[in-house]
Every structure is written in C-alpha cells, then in structure tokens.
Design a protein around this ligand. Structure first.
Ligand code: CUK
Ligand code: CUA
Length: 624
C-alpha cells in the first residue's frame, strides 16, 4: 500500500455510467435509508469505540484450556512467514516459515526444506501478502494454503496437514507477484497477480524500451506447482480474486499510464479492473495462440491484442476511478467489488453482466461512496460488505445490494462506520472468501498501532483488531487488540472443523528412510565421506559420541522415534550451524563439512523431558 499516494485522494468522483439499472435508483435509495434506522453508531462517534477495549471480554473470551472456533492464517509480510492465530482469542498458535529460514522449526536447515527454498530461487526472504486456503465446492477443504512472495515474484504452497511449506514456484516473466488467489469452486488453478512491469524476458536487453515492459497473470497447477500459462496485460496489476463459478478472475490494477515514476503512474483518472475469461485463455493456449517466453506460454491479453477482438475476449477491461486496490467477490458470486484507494468509492462489478455487456463499463452496477482510502472489502452472511478506510482509520459496513440500487457516489448504502486503530490495510471476516461466510468475526489488520501498546522502540507493532459483527442491531463490537509483528496484509479465517492437522509424522509422507532404534549406523564411505544414520528419543541419541576426521563431508540422517505427540527433539551442533527440528516420527537429513577440529556437543534444543539437558552427544573432529 502506498501510504504517501493514498494521502492525496482524488476527490473528484468520476461519475461512471451505471448502465441499465439507472432507472431503479430512486426507489432503491429509500430502501437503503430504512436500513439505517435503529443503527446507533451510524456515522456518529457513538459506539465507535474511540477508546476501544483491548483485553477481550465476556462472550468472546476463550478460557484457558479452551480451543478457539477458528484458525486465522495471517500473512507475515516481509518476515516471509504465515502466522496461525486462534480466533476469537487472537492467541498466536504457530508460525509457518515460508520464504525464510527459521531455526525453531529448522526450516531451511535440513536437506528437504533447504531444497524447497533452493528450488524457489534461494533467496533468504520473501514478502507474504495473501494467504488463501484451498477450496472444494466453494468451501475450505483444509488441504493447502497458497501465498505469494511480492518481493521475488514467487508462489508457495503450505501443506495444512503438517503446517509446513512444501513447494515454492519461482514465477518467470514476473516481478512482485502480488495478488494470490485461486480458480474456484475446486482450486483448479492458483493465480499469481504480477505487479511490477518488467521486460520479458528480463535479461537486460530491453531496459530502456518501456514498450517491452509487461505485467502478467500467472496460472499455476496446484498439484505440481508448475506454471501453466501467463497472460500479459496493459498497465500494472495489484490484487485479485476469483469468481465462484470458475469462469472469471478479477485483478485490480493501477498505472494504466505505464509510467515508471510515481507522478507518471498517477496521472490518469482512470484505471481498470481486468476480468480474465479463464476458459477463453485455455482455448487460446490450446490453439497455440501464445508466445513462449522463458519456457512459459504467454497469451497476449493487452487491449489491442487480436485475442481481445470479437465476442470472446480473453481479458475485459472494466474502467474504474484511479488506482483501485483490493478486489473481492461477494459470497453469492454476483459481484466483484473493487476498493478505490485513491478514490472514496468502491466499484461493484456484475459478474453475470461482464459476460453479456458490449462495453465492460456497463457491467458496473454500483459505486457507493464509502470514505477516504478504501483498500479492501470482506463479507458477512447477510449481504454486508466491510471496507477498510485507510485514511479515515475506519471500517465502513455497507449493503451491497443497496449499492447496486443507489446512485453512483451515494453514501446511502453505508450502514455504519467504526474507528480502528489505525490506518487499516486488509480486513477479513470468518470464511469471507468462501460462498458461506460465518458472519460472526472480523479482523481489521491495522498498519499503525501508535499509542495502543507499551512502547518498544521506534519500530512499532501493527495492531490486528477483532470485531464481533454478528449483531446488526448493536453494530460492530470491538473485542480485542492484538499487537502483531510487522506486518500482516491479508488472512484467511477457517473454521476448525475444516482443518485436520497431523499429530505426528506419517513415514509415508516423506522420501527419507526412517531410522528405527537398533538400526543406527556409521559408515565411512570413502577417505572423506561419512554417512551416519541415527535416532533420537528421550533422552538420548543413538550414538553417545561420533568421531570423524577434519575435512570429512558428514551426512546425518536422524529420526525421532517417539510416537507420543508433542515430544519433539532436535539436533543442534554448535559451531557447525546444524539445527534439525524433529517432530515425532519425522526424519531429517543434513550434510556439513567437518572443517574445524575439536569437540562439539550435539544437543537437543527442545525441552523434551526432565533429562533434556543431558540429551547430548559428543561430535569429535580429529585433526588430519
Ligand atoms: S495488499 Cu497489503 S494492505 Cu498485498 Cu492485499 Cu492491501
Ligand atoms: Cu530431546 Cu530435549
């Protein structure tokens, strides 16, 4: 989010044609007004939670020992990780390293996870924004979580049985894979929305030829994580969301000017939501109507493309006010709603209409004025949209059917505004990305916490605020503040019944051979190669000591033979940068060169029993 640009909103609201529904507006506005009656906190300070509660209390508290109703999967921004949070307690349950090495879980320390990072390009960090959980029949199936790396143009997959990242795809022809989403209803494809425009291929040949720059939508097979195809478009893209029926994918975009400076990017009053017709793109790919770039079929979806002539264009360009940011599809699949960012409106695009109208602009069915700096929109199960207002530091609750009936620029569909602290980016309601949101909780991911917590130096935590939204009469209720390490962007909130985490590892789920007790081995393969197979249990390793020679390449494969859940061991070797975390029944492998002689106490870093400190083994490296 470009905060600087967002502070200079475009107050001249472009009045777009609302199309064939214009004539219905007058009557509908009355209906929207009735919705306001009885709502105490509408557009007033009352109930806005100026002071706010921060402890969480009453019926939304989760008592010690009780479980939460929901898993919240929050992105970790430029930490490169995913955080798993219980909702409504907002307790952080786990972190899942995705694009970075992480020592508590040994991610990027053992051979398998190092290979995942290496195949993903070998970078040391990433910028996770949009975690989306796989769906079957438009509902969460709990199988995978997909998330983008905005920094290095990648897409990762997290296995939700083990809560571990198992694949990273380094997307070619694309920098800043930003929006991340999937083809619904059954996660047929995963989409990465390319933001920064670069020459394709980006190998130094066209750096000064701005016409050669492009931005692409990337389609990835969720099983193989291979790139299937890409579609080049005009302008930048930003966020994306898929229609519920599988045909359309929507991406917001800015910089239709295709400039390279901030001034150039914000010159024009218009930008576009791109509507991708997925079956039409597949047809083009199958007909060979693409250019292969960096080994990937790239379909030309720019405005002047021959593929956009005729009655089945691959991409339809829906004009919106300047620089829309978030886009999300309503649970009923009827509308894609783009949030204005530099414009105080949201743009409601009819999904059935997009296929029927001659001019894509006629698919715009509503454009309510929601407030300053609208960034993202989430939904409940009762026809309400909730939009973050970055500049106003508020969440606006509005009725999206009323917005379709109202005049463009009308505030009548707005039912309530509630302060948040402060400057919200995304917000997410429980199961809001499915066809059946739960309509009870909403989390606003606020970029600034300012004075809400004890000061901790010049870098502040963010503030994730939990709201109860289940009572339309009482209005939104602020339930909890949660300081968050920088910086969550988006989240998926999934009912606990839809996630089935493993309790221990299943040996069939990895390629390495398990090392049972009694089958440990030490093998000198040749003059300078040693292979060790060993196990760990309370409170010892298979070998109380291991002797190798200076310069040996040492490979250790180690299994945690425990069958009891939550008995985790590790293998840490000081001064050799070795650190393997081992859940019960897990096996990991590491290779290092014993390049400095001496005594090195291998030890277990997980406090596993009363004799945990004694769980050690001497690694003796003899001088050559
Ligand atoms: S973006 Cu960060 S607040 Cu990546 Cu969805 Cu809007
Ligand atoms: Cu095993 Cu501590």
């Amino acid at each position: 989010t470009d905060a600087t640009a967002a502070r200079r909103p475009n107050l001249d609201l472009p009045r777009l044609e609302v199309g064939r529904r214009d004539f219905m507006k007058a009557g509908a506005a009355v209906g929207a007004m009735t919705g306001l009656a009885g709502c105490t906190s509408v557009l007033s300070d009352e109930g806005n939670g100026g002071g706010g509660s921060s402890g969480g209390s009453g019926e939304h508290a989760v008592a010690p020992g009780e479980h939460d109703e929901y898993y919240g999967f929050l992105s970790g921004g430029h930490t490169g990780e995913i955080r798993v949070v219980g909702i409504p307690s907002m307790r952080e349950l786990m972190r899942i390293p995705v694009f970075q090495t992480e020592s508590a879980r040994g991610f990027g320390h053992d051979a398998k996870s190092s290979e995942v990072l290496e195949e993903g390009g070998g970078y040391t960090w990433g910028d996770t924004h949009h975690p989306r959980v796989s769906q079957t029949d438009n509902d969460y199936d709990g199988r995978w979580l997909f998330v983008n790396d905005k920094a290095n143009g990648r897409m990762a997959r997290v296995d939700l049985e083990y809560f571990e990242t198992d694949a990273i795809t380094n997307v070619p022809n694309s920098q800043a894979v930003h929006g991340a989403c999937m083809q619904l209803p059954d996660t047929q494809l995963v989409f990465g929305v390319g933001e920064f425009r670069v020459p394709m291929p980006n190998d130094g040949r066209d750096v000064d030829d701005l016409d050669a720059y492009g931005s692409v939508l990337t389609a990835i097979d969720p099983e193989t994580m291979d790139v299937e195809w890409q579609v080049e478009v005009d302008g930048n893209m930003d966020n994306g969301d898929g229609g519920k029926e599988g045909r359309w994918f929507f991406a917001t975009g800015y910089n239709s000017e295709e400039g390279v400076t901030q001034g150039e990017m914000a010159r024009s009053d218009r930008d576009y939501v791109k509507a991708f017709d997925i079956p039409a793109i597949w047809d083009a790919v199958e007909a060979g109507e693409y250019e292969e770039i960096s080994g990937v079929p790239v379909v030309d979806g720019t405005m002047d493309s021959p593929l956009n002539e005729g009655d089945r264009p691959v991409v339809r360009y829906v004009p919106t006010p300047k620089s829309p940011h978030g886009v999300s599809v309503t649970p009923d699949g009827k509308y894609a709603i783009a949030s204005g960012k530099l414009d105080p409106t949201c743009t409601v695009i009819g999904i059935e209409e997009i296929a029927e109208v001659d001019d894509p602009q006629d698919a715009i069915l509503g454009q309510p004025r929601v407030g300053m700096g609208p960034l993202h929109t989430a939904y409940d199960d009762r026809g309400h949209a909730y939009t973050t207002l970055f500049i106003d530091s508020q969440v606006a609750k509005w009725d999206y059917e009323a917005a379709v009936e109202a005049e463009a620029g009308s505030e009548e569909p707005i039912l309530e505004k509630h302060d948040v602290h402060y400057n919200p980016g995304h917000l997410i309601a429980s199961e809001s990305y499915t066809a059946s949101p739960q309509g009870d909780y909403l989390v606003s991911l606020n970029k600034l916490s300012k004075d809400r917590f004890l000061p901790v130096g010049p870098i502040h935590p963010e503030n994730d605020q939990l709201f109860y939204i289940g009572d339309d009469q009482a209005g939104m209720e602020l339930v909890k503040d949660k300081p968050s390490y920088p910086e969550p962007h988006d989240a998926s909130v999934v009912h606990r019944d839809k996630i089935e985490p493993a309790k221990t590892w299943d040996r069939d789920d990895y390629d390495l051979e398990f090392v049972p007790e009694g089958e440990e081995s030490f093998e000198r393969v040749d003059e300078s190669t040693v292979e060790i197979e060993m196990w760990a249990r309370r409170n010892e390793y298979a070998f109380p000591e291991v002797t190798v020679r200076e310069g040996d390449e040492v490979t250790i494969r180690i299994s945690n033979v425990e069958t009891t859940s939550d008995v985790i061991h590790s293998l840490a070797i000081p001064e050799y940068d070795v650190n393997l975390a081992l859940a019960p029944q897990d096996t990991r492998e590491v290779t290092f060169t014993a390049d400095h002689p001496g005594v090195f106490w291998a030890y277990c870093a997980y406090f596993c029993s009363a004799l945990h400190l004694e769980m050690r083994s001497r690694i003796l490296v003899e001088p050559r």
